[in-house]
Design a protein around this ligand. Structure first.
Ligand code: ADP
Ligand code: MG
Length: 383
């Protein structure tokens, strides 16, 4: 569907030829707020993706058509002024970040569109940056690695969109593989692909469609609280540089020297890294029950200790925990809104979706949006 629309749009706007590329959105199974504390995250690429047909045009203009906004934008590759349209700034940003690396990008024509829901926590923006970077790298033979493309996407968000994100989303979009989750070490950027073939189970997102304005201000407060905890421990254990280096025992030793809120934030982060590693061990055994329990633990910590949940997320995770069809559930993303991610028994999937939607609607006046997720491949050329 999406592919045909993109191909048709390219033909109408620019004629024949070009290559078609795809780069997906992502989910994060466990490891929330651990990235900026230099811990671990466990994302996977999903089937929903942004598709772009791109063709060099022999000039210096970037001519882009957005299928989903039905809008054309063009700018010179060397233009110093940002496009007015927000969506075009992602393309502009990637072109400029790639040029900063000393690579020459010439003019190109591009039609793109996708089926990653926007702003739902599936990182449509990273999918978009990644497909543009991947496509330009391939078409112009730039020789950039996937890691360099991920960083170019991240810098696009920092420098042209004003979102100071970590690298997880772009990393997942570029490095994802079918039946695999990516255990990414946010300190070293080393990664390991963990097997994820939950036969008989499905991954389900329930989108509260709530967006709390608290998210960005509270994000900064949490960062400061984590730093405050590190500063206290470092006075006694100088080799500690981040919460990544803090053990549960260490935290208990210095608990008395911390404000209660600082202790609870740190306790969540230290615990979450531990849960993630336990979850990965479980994956290697094919033990999805244990994996699911770590997800519940993650939600508990995010809600009670890190305090970034909200009534809607707690309701969905709490009801999921009571349902026999659910192995694990937790809020996904920064918090104060967005989705829960659930690992659900296939046989009880329909029943669960019906029951939770009904209960949620009775409580909050509107059913959650249901998003079915399958772990798929990362950035690629599509034939
Ligand atoms: P998300 O959590 O989905 O990444 P963001 O707000 O970071 O949410 O990114 C969404 C933005 O990315 C959109 O406002 C738009 O500018 C751009 N974008 C994402 N998907 C598309 C698309 N299919 N077509 C055009 N622009 C898109
Ligand atoms: Mg985004």
């Amino acid at each position: 569907m999406t592919i045909e629309k993109v191909n048709d749009a390219f033909r109408r706007n620019f004629g024949t030829g070009g290559n078609l590329y795809a780069s997906p959105g992502r989910v994060n199974l466990i490891g929330e707020h651990t990235d900026y504390n230099l811990g671990f995250v466990l994302p996977g690429a999903i089937r929903q993706a942004i598709y772009a047909r791109i063709k060099p045009n022999g000039g210096t203009l970037c001519r882009i058509y957005s299928v989903d906004y039905d809008e054309n934008v063009e700018f010179d590759v060397a233009a110093s002024e940002l496009p007015v349209q927000q969506w075009a700034r992602y393309v502009y940003g990637v072109v400029h970040e790639v040029r900063k690396l000393g690579k020459s990008v010439a003019g190109f024509d591009c039609a793109f569109g996708g089926d990653v829901p926007l702003g739902a926590g599936l990182s449509s923006s990273a999918a978009f940056e990644s497909v543009i970077g991947y496509g330009l790298n391939d078409l112009f033979g730039l020789g950039l690695s996937r890691l360099q493309l991920a960083k170019a996407g991240q810098m696009t968000e920092h420098n042209y969109i004003g979102v100071r994100c970590g690298i997880m989303d772009q990393f997942a979009s570029l490095f994802g593989e079918k039946d695999r989750l990516i255990r990414l070490d946010c300190r070293s950027l080393e990664y390991r692909l963990e097997p994820f073939r939950p036969e008989g189970y499905r991954v389900l997102l329930l989108d509260t469609q709530v967006k709390h304005s608290l998210a960005s201000s509270q994000y900064n407060v949490r960062r400061e609280q984590c730093e405050a905890g590190v500063t206290i421990i470092r006075r006694h254990v100088p080799e500690v540089e981040s919460l990544r280096d803090v053990t549960p025992e260490m935290l208990e030793t210095y608990r008395g020297k911390m404000e209660d809120a600082v202790y609870r934030r740190c306790h969540y982060i230290v615990g979450e890294n531990g849960r993630l590693l336990k979850a990965c061990e479980a994956l290697e055994r094919g033990d999805y029950e244990t994996f699911g329990r770590q997800m519940f633990g993650s939600h508990e910590g995010l809600s009670r200790e890190y305090e970034v949940s909200c009534a809607e997320l707690d309701f969905l995770a709490g009801e999921a925990a009571k349902h026999s069809g659910v192995l694990g559930a937790r809020m996904m993303g920064g918090g104060f809104g967005g989705c829960t991610i659930n690992l659900v028994r296939e046989a009880e999937y329909e029943n669960l979706v019906g029951e939770l939607s009904e209960k949620y609607a009775a409580r909050f006046g509107k059913a959650p949006r249901v998003i079915d997720v399958v772990i798929g491949d990362g950035a690629r050329r599509v034939e």
